[in-house]
Design a protein around this ligand. Structure first.
Ligand SMILES: *Cc1c(COP(=O)(O)O)cnc(C)c1O
Length: 387
C-alpha cells in the first residue's frame, strides 16, 4: 500500500493525493466497482462497504482525491453540481436566511429562488464587493453565505479572505463555488471558507463526458453532516462516473496550465479587436477585479472569457456564434475543446430578462470556454467569425 502523500505539492496530489493501489489486485487505477451491494460474512460484519448509496470504493477513491486537491479532510461526490449545492441547502430550516452573490450560475439562482424560497428560506443577493452592504444583511437567522468567484458569465470576483473573515465573526457557514478557478488556481478552504462546491462536470472532469458534482470541507463534523444528508436523500455519483472524474483530475494541472495560457491570449486578442467592446477576463489589467485576481488566483486566470460587441447588437453576437468553426456552440465549459455560448439565450435564459439587464448579462454578451487547442487556431477562428 502506498503511504499517504497528502503533504506533497499540488501537481503530485492531482495524481497521488488520497490514492492507493487496489488492495485486492494491486491495480494501479481503482477498478470501477459496478456493484450496488457488498457481502457480509455475518450480519453486520463486512469489509467497510455495505451498499453503494452509502459508499462505493470507486467513489471513495474520487472523494479522497477531491479532499486532497482542495486541502480538505472530506470530499463528497454527487450526481451533479446542482445536487451538491442542493445538499448544502437541505441542511437549512424554514426561516433561515442565505446571503448570496448577485451574479451566480443560472441553475444555482433558479434553485434558490424557485425551489428553496418556497420552503421559506430567505435569500439576499448582493454585490459582495460592497462589504458594508454585505455586512448589513446579516440577521440572527443568517445561516449561509454563498459565493461564486470568478462568476459565470461576467467574471466578477469576490475577495474570499475578506468574506471569510466576516462570515467567521458572524459564525455563519461560508461556501464557495470553485468551478471556474479549480484548486489549481485557488483553494478557498485555505482562505477561510467552510465548504467548497464544484460542478465536476466542468474542469475537474475536463472532457465533456460526465455530469458530476462535489463538496469538500475541512471540518470533520460538517463533512459527516453533509454525508448524512447525501446518504439520506440519495444524490450520489455512480462508480463509472466517479472513475471518469478521477481520471480527469489526474491531468487537471496540465490542462489548467494550457487553459490559462490560451485564455490570456484570447482575452488579449479580443481586447484589441475593433468590433469588440468589453472583455471580461480576470487576467487583463483593465479588469475591475484584477487586483483581487492577482491576490487570490495563483498561476493564471483560467480559461473563461466573455465579451460584448461595440454595436451592442444581439444579431452581431448570434452571427459571430454561427460563424465559428473550431469553437463549438454549446452550453457547458471546462472541457478540452473550446466552446462558445450566448448566456441570455442559453445558459442564463432562466434568469428573468429584467434581472439579467440589472446584473449586466446583455443580449450582445458572448461567453467562451477556451480549450487546450493551439492558441493560433483559436484566434484564427475568432478572426474569421468576427466580421
Ligand atoms: C455548471 C455549473 C454548475 C452546475 O453544475 P451541474 O454539474 O451542471 O449540475 C454550478 N456552478 C457553476 C459555476 C457551473 O458552471
Amino acid at each position: 500500500m502506498k503511504e499517504n502523500l497528502n503533504y506533497m505539492k499540488f501537481n503530485t496530489k492531482t495524481i497521488h493525493g488520497g490514492q492507493h493501489h487496489d488492495p485486492s489486485t494491486g491495480a494501479v487505477m481503482p477498478p470501477v466497482y459496478q456493484t450496488s451491494t457488498f457481502v457480509q460474512t455475518s450480519p453486520g460484519v463486512h469489509s467497510g462497504y455495505e451498499y453503494s448509496r452509502a459508499a462505493n470504493p470507486t467513489r471513495t477513491a474520487l472523494e479522497n482525491a477531491l479532499a486532497s486537491i482542495e486541502n480538505g479532510t472530506r470530499g463528497l461526490a454527487f450526481s451533479s453540481g446542482l445536487a451538491a449545492t442542493d445538499c448544502v441547502l437541505k441542511t437549512l430550516k424554514p426561516g433561515d436566511e442565505v446571503i448570496a452573490m448577485d451574479d451566480l450560475y443560472g441553475g444555482t439562482y433558479r434553485m434558490f429562488t424557485r425551489i428553496y424560497q418556497d420552503y421559506e428560506i430567505k435569500f439576499h443577493f448582493v454585490d459582495m464587493n460592497d462589504l458594508e452592504k454585505f455586512k448589513s444583511l446579516f440577521t440572527e437567522n443568517t445561516k449561509l453565505v454563498w459565493v461564486e468567484t470568478p462568476t459565470n458569465p461576467l467574471m466578477k470576483l469576490a475577495d474570499i479572505e475578506a468574506i471569510a473573515k466576516i462570515a467567521k465573526e458572524k459564525k455563519v457557514l461560508f461556501a464557495v463555488d470553485n468551478t471556474f478557478a479549480t484548486p489549481y488556481l485557488q483553494r478557498p478552504l485555505d482562505m477561510g471558507a467552510d465548504i467548497v462546491m464544484h460542478s465536476a462536470t466542468k474542469y475537474l472532469g475536463g472532457h465533456s463526458d460526465v455530469i458530476a458534482g462535489a463538496l469538500i470541507v475541512k471540518d470533520e463534523a460538517l463533512g459527516e453532516k453533509l454525508h448524512f444528508t447525501q446518504f439520506a436523500t440519495g444524490a450520489t455519483l455512480g462508480p463509472q462516473d466517479s472513475y471518469l472524474v478521477l481520471r480527469g483530475i489526474k491531468t487537471l494541472h496540465l490542462r489548467m496550465q494550457r487553459h490559462c495560457e490560451n485564455g490570456q491570449k484570447v482575452a488579449e486578442y479580443l481586447n484589441s479587436h475593433s468590433l469588440v467592446d468589453k472583455v471580461f477576463y480576470p487576467g487583463l489589467d483593465s479588469h475591475p477585479f484584477y487586483n483581487i485576481a492577482k491576490k487570490q488566483m495563483k498561476g493564471g486566470f483560467g480559461g473563461m472569457v466573455s465579451f460584448t460587441f461595440k454595436s451592442g447588437k444581439k444579431e452581431d453576437a448570434i452571427k459571430f456564434l454561427e460563424n465559428l468553426k473550431v469553437f463549438t456552440l454549446a452550453e457547458s465549459l471546462g472541457g478540452v475543446e473550446s466552446l462558445a455560448n450566448h448566456p441570455a439565450l442559453m445558459t442564463h435564459a432562466s434568469i428573468p430578462e429584467e434581472k439579467r439587464k440589472e446584473i449586466g448579462i446583455s443580449d450582445d454578451l458572448v461567453r467562451l470556454s477556451v480549450g487546450v487547442e493551439d492558441a493560433e487556431d483559436l484566434i484564427a477562428d475568432l478572426e474569421q467569425a468576427l466580421v
